[in-house]
Design a protein around this ligand. Structure first.
Ligand code: IMP
Ligand code: MG
Length: 206
């Protein structure tokens, strides 16, 4: 499946290969789709228990959390609604002009590109994020949502890279703690690609 002019991925004999700028490298599967499905089921059951008899708003952080939110929501057996918030974090995303070998540290500047559509006041809000890395994005979003005065505020993150943390923030529902590697798939991207890979894979550093 070709995803662009200079980069694509394909599966051969169960291994995923990434073709980029004339070279082929292997994408190592870090977390399989089966492991993800099992974990998402556990997280959904935990949320269902914690908020039994109440309703929740699941707020996904665009775009990376879209896949996780879709699966998690179907494991949450509560009255629930969805919302989405968009942010751009300068400097912490690799792009064709910011290669992985130079790292992907955030400058700390987070900007809202799409705000939530409904009031969060007095509601049970679960912020759903793909990955907790330096913590800058979620610290910013937590402050923003707490200003709405929700009844409860929780963070669900599929992945957590604790060794990269710059601000002291933790998830309430965390899927997997992973080492300091750049990962893609299951919603996570590298320069907007690979979001549709069903497994979480490690991108090799060049
Ligand atoms: P933080 O503000 O440093 O915690 O960064 C969180 C955001 O950085 C996530 O929502 C992701 O969009 C992005 N990010 C951090 N690490 C990775 C990664 O390994 N792969 C893809 N995106 C990542
Ligand atoms: Mg994100």
């Amino acid at each position: 499946m070709c995803l662009g002019r200079s980069s694509c991925f394909f599966c051969f004999g169960g291994t995923i290969f990434c073709y980029k700028s004339g070279t082929v490298s292997e994408l190592k599967v870090l977390i399989t789709r089966e492991q993800i499905a099992e974990k998402v089921k556990e997280l959904g059951a935990q949320i269902t228990r914690d908020f039994a008899g109440q309703s929740v708003i699941l707020v996904g952080v665009l775009k990376g959390a879209a896949v996780f939110l879709g699966d998690l929501a179907r494991q949450v057996q509560l009255d629930s609604t969805f919302d989405f918030i968009g942010v751009s974090s300068y400097g912490n995303r690799p792009s064709p002009t910011h290669e992985l070998k130079h790292g992907w540290d955030s400058t700390g500047e987070v900007r809202v590109t799409k705000d939530v559509d409904q009031s969060m006041e007095g509601k049970n809000v679960i912020l759903v994020e793909d990955i907790l890395d330096t913590g800058l994005t979620l610290t910013f979003l937590k402050k923003l949502i707490l200003a709405h005065k929700p009844k409860a505020f929780k963070i669900a993150a599929l992945l957590d890279k604790p060794s990269r943390r710059k601000l002291p923030i933790e998830g309430d529902y965390v899927g997997f703690k992973i080492p300091d590697e750049f990962v893609v798939g299951y919603g996570l991207d590298y320069a907007e690609r690979y979001r549709n890979l069903p497994d979480v894979c490690v991108i090799p550093r060049q």
